[in-house]
Design a protein around this ligand. Structure first.
Ligand code: NAP
Length: 262
């Protein structure tokens, strides 16, 4: 299926690796020009080079830096002739016990997983409505639907973003102008972050990362972790011309892990 977005521009935050990279690759495959971002300049340069080689017809630009910093967001926006597609993403907050978290820990989580996406949405959404096309996808977490105790910072901050988006996406001045805003909720995907959490779980239980991974896979109805290509393909569909009637939704990609009917 031709997704009808060739030639458009996408800003994909936190995209040198993992889920963001999966989204960038899938959009490039559809002929979408890209602005990429990550803090580590070296891995970002590698991602840009690989995407340019794989998709020579597509323009790929990038700015290294922390997306939670306003000056980096400005630099990213300045690289995009216009933002037709915005994929909001950043690293997730660390696990822990809320008894040990100070206000600064909460502020950092809110900055990365709520206020930064809102700032970028604010910067682009009215221009999208003016032009009559816009697709915004926020990468959040399955923990928004089924909270994970040790990820309280993530549960809290991402729920704040989710509540805000639920209202904004339904504004007629956006929805009736072909601007959609949706959240993608990953379950367990095979990325560096997942491997770090498996290693931490192994260290905490005197097990090995392989054994913990095996147990995690066995607990997923699909029997495996998701791939960044699967995640990216779904994101690209949400950004397609065909997905204009799909807005304000929280879409769970978790191999069947969430045990509810809805
Ligand atoms: P990942 O494999 O660690 O990749 C994260 C990417 O984001 C890297 O390119 C990283 O590059 C970049 N990044 C991180 N923080 C950034 C920041 N502040 N500014 C700019 N770039 C930043 O992680 P992932 O698994 O793709 O996870 C992406 C998001 O999905 C996270 O919020 C995570 O909590 C959430 N999530 C993931 C899973 C999963 O199973 N993978 C499940 C639920 C939720 P640099 O480090 O160089 O900046």
């Amino acid at each position: 299926m031709d997704l009808g977005i060739a030639g458009r521009w996408a800003l994909v935050c936190a995209s040198s690796k993992g889920l963001g990279r999966g989204c960038a690759t899938a959009l490039a495959r559809e002929g979408v020009n890209l602005v990429l971002n990550a803090r580590g300049a070296e891995a970002l340069a590698v991602a840009v080079a690989e995407l340019k080689t794989a998709f020579p017809a597509v323009e790929v630009r990038a700015a290294a830096g922390d997306v939670t910093h306003p000056e980096i967001r400005e630099a990213l926006l300045a690289l995009c002739p216009q933002v037709d597609i915005l994929v909001n993403n950043a690293g997730g907050p660390p696990p822990g016990d809320f008894r040990n978290w100070e206000t600064a820990d909460w502020h950092a989580a809110l900055d990365a997983n709520m206020l930064t996406p809102i700032a970028l949405i604010r910067a682009v959404v009215d221009d999208m409505a003016e032009r009559g096309f816009g697709r915004i996808v926020n990468i959040t977490s399955g923990a928004v639907k089924a909270p994970i105790d040790v990820l309280g910072l993530s549960n809290g901050a991402r729920s704040g973003l989710t509540g805000f988006v639920a209202g904004l996406a339904r504004q007629q001045r956006l929805a009736a102008r072909n601007v959609t805003i949706n959240n993608l909720l990953p379950g367990a995907f095979d990325t560096d972050r997942l491997h770090k959490t498996l290693e931490a779980a192994a260290a905490a239980s005197s097990s090995t990362a392989d054994r913990v991974a095996q147990q995690r896979r066995a607990a997923i109805p699909a029997g495996r972790f998701g791939t960044i290509d699967e995640f990216g393909a779904f994101c690209a569909f949400l950004c397609s011309g065909q997905a204009g009637y799909l807005t304000g939704q929280n879409l769970l990609l978790d191999g069947g892990s969430f045990p509810g009917t809805f």
